[in-house]
Ligand binder design. Sequence first.
Ligand code: SF4
Ligand code: SF4
Length: 240
Amino acid sequence: MAIGLQAEPSEGVAGKKRWAMVVDLRRCIGCMACVAACKAEYDVPLGVWRTTVKVKDLGQYPNTKRQFMPRLCNHCDNPPCVRNCPTEATYKHEEGYVLQRYERCIACRTCMAACPYNARHVLPNNRTRVKIGGVVDKCTFCEHRVSNGLVPACVQTCIGRTRIFGDLNDANSEVRKLVAQKAVAVLKPEKGTKPQVYYIQPSQKITDQMSSPPASYAAKADAEAFYRHNKGRQFFGGVL
Ligand code: SF4
Ligand code: SF4
């Protein structure tokens, strides 16, 4: 079936894919390999991210803990970014991806304002390798890789096997079993967005703290590099 502009999610439809990611917070070591892999896969410019890993030190000495939390677009089943895009440049694919049509995007940033997860950014115009710029961009769940039988670049490179990707409609998939058997949570469920990124074992305290700024130290380092190389220029938004 062709890609639909505002396709309904394929919830529980046998024979249809329903792509989702499970992020096991017990396993993340904060190596940022996923962030680097994503940057390389898409030539993601300095200052913006499709995915990042937030870092938070919790507790008081000697009972301290460093918590890592990978963040990306949640490929929501009820995405406010899609509902609010005036040109239908962003849309829900029937297999679950929330994607961008760059040629329709007028960079009005309505989708950025509508997204409760700050998962979108504007691509700068002065890119060197990939010429797409001046439009809004975000994580695609690596649709170009997944449709060719691969997993997303961040999943491929995750040495901790923190990020697990698969088809929720496949009863034998690892994601289906994990979502069914583990205590999983999604970010900001009260927003009604129905995220398709599921976290294993986040405590409410951690989720609350990690859902808001400050950004990860990788993001901070990236921002500093951006300013070093772009004197006088401003960020393009999208700090996850
Ligand atoms: S996380 Fe934000 S950008 Fe991604 S689908 Fe949900 S509302 Fe849209
Ligand atoms: S690659 Fe895996 S372990 Fe490393 S930071 Fe990313 S999610 Fe965590």
